[in-house]
Structures are given as structure tokens and as C-alpha cells.
Design a protein around this ligand. Structure first.
Ligand SMILES: *Cc1c(COP(=O)(O)O)cnc(C)c1O
Length: 458
């Protein structure tokens, strides 16, 4: 009996002709697709021997495609973010502006003056281009670009304080996602952690006592980023730390994390400290990410006083952490948007944060109408979008959500994640909701197709 059932399974060749596998051919090539088809057939044979019904050819092709994409050759590929979390670290943080992508593509395609001084006709320095722009934008004397902000903090701590004490409030010994923990980075840098104050309250005199005890190379302020200290809590302001440090000849380093160049308060959010503010407040060294609120490629940026930042460029660790040409080309292009005062229109994370509620409502309504034409009744409801990326925790922006009809929202969410391109959605109050804020205009057509197909299949 089971042999007859087994014979009903298609051949590998017939399976390869199925659309689910055909459409993957350009991306994966023949060899991997054949392996996936064989694997799906082998598994089906086993199931049949265990008494299962043979799957039909289409279902088998879908299984092979899923196996190919998730297990055999998982690839970094684009996903559509409908979560409303603008800087979603798991989804690659900041999407880049058109000009940024173009600059990266141009740098990728051919040669560039990466380390070549064009007027002089000889070797130049790789990060000069972005550094000039950073100084212009932030008011700092000097700047340095590395791979990511964790690297920037490590480099700065090691370079400025190895073997000596670094003061930090106990309320700022933070852990950022992805294993970045201030005490661990401190240890790795060779600097000695000197904790001051308590978890909820640190006062000026806590720093002062530690400074008076001597052996202190640096005062570190770390932005809380992903949590809030509320209730019976006190921290010492950056200006005050700078003033204290001056009295003892100790510089202040500010790990800003997100590193906004614009004021988030202008968009109905709380105030995220800006880089310019830290520089103006007198922080000697300021570190931040390139791909959080700056909205550019992954990078770690150090700006500050030349006397402290310039020597870091000679550190062997700076060489180990150096950014590649694509990063530098992209960072430059992103920074130009700020210099040209066009960041809120051109830099996607800022455009998303600045999208007016009426616009989000129009988009949600348009999606609703298009799904209705396919016989799907979705609802437009009020909701909230988050900034994410360790910026402004607990702060949200009002948005409009499209709530999809689904008997089992978890199953629909899994189906949306499973297809191509994957759609990452959110479940709220037992409903699957789509937030238009984080969907790029060019993704809309594909998103609605996927939503229509998966909703009808449920
Ligand atoms: C995000 C963050 C970091 C790490 O930055 P990456 O660019 O992810 O390496 C370090 N410090 C703070 C305060 C952060 O928020």
C-alpha cells in the first residue's frame, strides 16, 4: 500500500517546475534547489511510511522552498517591517537614503580616493572625508570613524584611560542589546571601573570624593538608551560633570548611544540628547552610532577635542576597527543631508518619525480599500509606533494601524514571516496589525500582495 502512495510523489524534475521553486531559481541556482527538492521528497517518503497522506505537488514545492530558504541556504535578505519600530536592531536598524545608497554603490563599483590625496597625488587618510563633515555638523574640533559604537567606546576608553580609573555612576552601568555592557567593555579596554553613587541616585559629591581620591583618568557618562530611571532618582548633568572634571583636570567622555543630530522633541517625542549639545556642554569626547538616529550605515563615531581624539587615530585598535569604504561613502552622503537641512525629507528614519498622523491615516485607508477589493475586511485603528534602537524608551508616537481579520493571528504572522519577502508584523490585543510608518512607499504593492495571499490562504 505504502509503495503505491510513494509512487504518487512527483519526480525531482516535476517538482522543480513548480512556481514556488521556479521563482527561487535566479537567487539560489539549480544545484541548491535540486538539493532542497530531494530533501523535501525524502521527508515526504518518511512521513508516508509512517502512515501520512502524500502531500500534493504544490505543497511539496512550498516545503522545499521553505527548507531551502530557512535551513539549506539561509540568506540575509530584505524584509518588510510593519512593526512601527523605526530603528529595529533585529531588522538591520536604519534603512538608508537614496543618496546614501547611490554613494555606496558608486564606491563599490569601482576605485575611489579612499586613501588617496587627489591634489597631492599620493597616499591620503581614509576617514578624512567623513571627519570634516562631522566637525562641521557637531562643532567638534576633531572626529574619528570606526566600525560601530561599541568599538568607538572600547577604543576611546583604552586610549584615554588604560590602567587608570574611569568614574561612572552606578545608574549608568547599562547593558545595550547584543551583549554590549559598560562594565565589560571597560574591563576589555584595560581601564579601571570606579563606580560612584547608587543605582537610583548619584550626586555631585559622589564624583567629587572619587576625584579627590586620585588616579582618575576620565569621567564617563553613558546614556541610558533603553531604559528609564524614574521615581526617587538623581543624576548629575553633563555640564556639572564637565565643571567638576575641569577642577581636577579630568576630561568627560559621553557615550550617547543613538547620537541624534536633530531634536526629537520637534516631532512630538521626548528630548533625546543631541551630539551638538554634548559638544557644547564641554564633553571632551562624544561617542555615538552611525545607524541609530543618525540614520546612516553601521559606524561608530568619536568627536571631541583634538588633543584627545587625534592620538586615538594612531592606536592599533583604530586600525583593527577601521570602517570599510562602503560605510564611509554612505556615512558621508547621510551627513550631507543634515548639512543641506534636508534630513527630515531624505533620511528615512527621520522621515518616518516626522510622518504626520493624517498621512499615516491616508495610507492605512488606502491599504484597507485595496484589501477590500480582494474581499478582505481590515480595520483602521489607533495605535502607537516606537523609535527603537535604544532611543527614547517608553516613548511612542500616535499612528494608524491596519488590523487584519484572522482567526489565528499567530498563524497569520508566521505565514507572513515565512513567505518572500518576509513581512514582520505585530500582534496587539489578539489582532495582527500593520503600521504604515515603517513601510517604505516602494514596498506597499508587494506588502499588500503578500497580505492578500496569506489572509486568503488562512
Ligand atoms: C547602542 C549603544 C551602544 C552600541 O552601539 P553600536 O553601534 O550598536 O555598537 C553603545 N552605547 C550606548 C549607550 C548605546 O545606546
Amino acid at each position: 500500500m505504502s509503495t503505491r502512495e510513494l509512487r504518487r510523489l512527483p519526480s525531482v524534475d516535476r517538482l522543480l517546475g513548480e512556481p514556488a521553486l521556479q521563482k527561487l531559481a535566479p537567487r539560489y541556482g539549480h544545484r541548491l534547489i535540486v538539493r532542497a527538492a530531494r530533501e523535501a521528497l525524502a521527508r515526504a517518503r518518511e512521513e508516508i511510511r509512517d502512515g501520512a497522506e502524500p502531500p500534493d505537488r504544490e505543497a511539496l514545492a512550498v516545503r522545499a522552498a521553505t527548507y531551502l530558504q530557512n535551513d539549506l541556504a539561509p540568506m540575509l535578505r530584505p524584509v518588510i517591517n510593519t512593526t512601527g519600530v523605526v530603528i529595529h536592531t533585529n531588522l538591520g536598524r536604519a534603512p538608508l537614503s537614496r543618496a546614501t545608497i547611490a554613494a555606496m554603490e558608486a564606491a563599490a563599483r569601482g576605485y575611489s580616493n579612499l586613501e588617496y590625496d587627489l591634489p597631492a597625488g599620493h597616499r591620503g587618510h581614509r576617514t578624512v572625508h567623513a571627519e570634516q563633515l562631522l566637525c562641521e555638523l557637531t562643532g567638534a574640533e576633531s572626529a574619528l570613524v570606526v566600525n560601530n559604537n561599541a568599538g568607538a567606546v572600547l577604543l576611546a576608553l583604552g586610549g584615554l584611560a588604560a590602567g587608570r580609573g574611569v568614574l561612572i555612576s552606578r545608574g549608568q552601568l547599562v547593558e545595550i542589546g547584543g551583549g554590549f555592557r559598560v562594565p565589560d567593555v571597560m574591563r576589555e579596554s584595560g581601564a579601571q571601573l570606579v563606580e560612584v553613587g547608587t543605582t537610583n541616585r548619584t550626586h555631585r559629591h559622589d564624583y567629587e570624593w572619587a576625584l579627590a581620591a586620585g588616579g582618575v583618568a576620565l569621567i564617563l557618562r553613558a546614556h541610558h538608551s533603553n531604559f528609564r530611571l524614574i521615581g526617587f532618582a538623581t543624576e548629575v548633568e553633563l555640564e556639572e560633570l564637565v565643571e567638576l572634571g575641569r577642577a581636577y583636570g579630568v576630561p568627560v567622555m559621553d557615550d550617547l548611544g543613538s547620537g541624534a543630530l536633530l531634536d526629537t522633541a520637534a516631532f512630538g517625542l521626548g528630548h533625546e540628547p543631541t551630539v551638538q549639545e554634548s559638544v557644547a556642554a564641554g564633553a571632551a569626547v562624544v561617542c555615538f552610532s552611525g545607524d541609530k538616529l543618525l540614520g546612516g550605515p553601521q559606524a561608530g563615531i568619536i568627536v571631541g577635542q583634538a588633543a584627545l581624539v587625534e592620538p586615538l587615530k594612531q592606536d592599533p585598535l583604530a586600525r583593527a576597527l577601521r570602517p570599510d569604504k562602503l560605510c564611509l561613502a554612505g556615512l558621508q552622503a547621510t551627513l550631507m543631508h543634515y548639512l543641506k537641512d534636508e534630513a527630515t525629507e531624505q533620511v528615512p528614519v527621520w522621515r518616518m518619525l516626522a510622518t504626520p498622523l493624517e498621512e499615516l491615516n491616508r495610507r492605512a485607508k488606502r491599504w484597507q480599500r485595496r484589501l477590500r477589493r480582494a474581499g478582505i475586511e481590515a480595520q483602521v485603528i489607533d495605535g502607537r509606533s516606537a523609535v527603537g534602537g535604544g532611543s527614547l524608551p517608553g516613548e511612542t508616537l500616535p499612528t494608524k494601524l491596519l488590523a487584519l481579520p484572522a482567526a489565528d493571528p499567530d498563524r497569520l504572522a508566521a505565514a507572513l514571516r515565512g513567505g518572500d519577502p518576509p513581512v514582520i508584523a505585530r500582534i496587539e490585543d489578539d489582532r495582527l496589525v500593520l503600521d504604515p510608518r515603517t513601510v517604505l512607499p516602494e514596498e506597499e504593492g508587494t506588502l499588500l500582495e503578500r497580505v492578500r495571499d496569506e489572509t486568503m490562504r488562512q
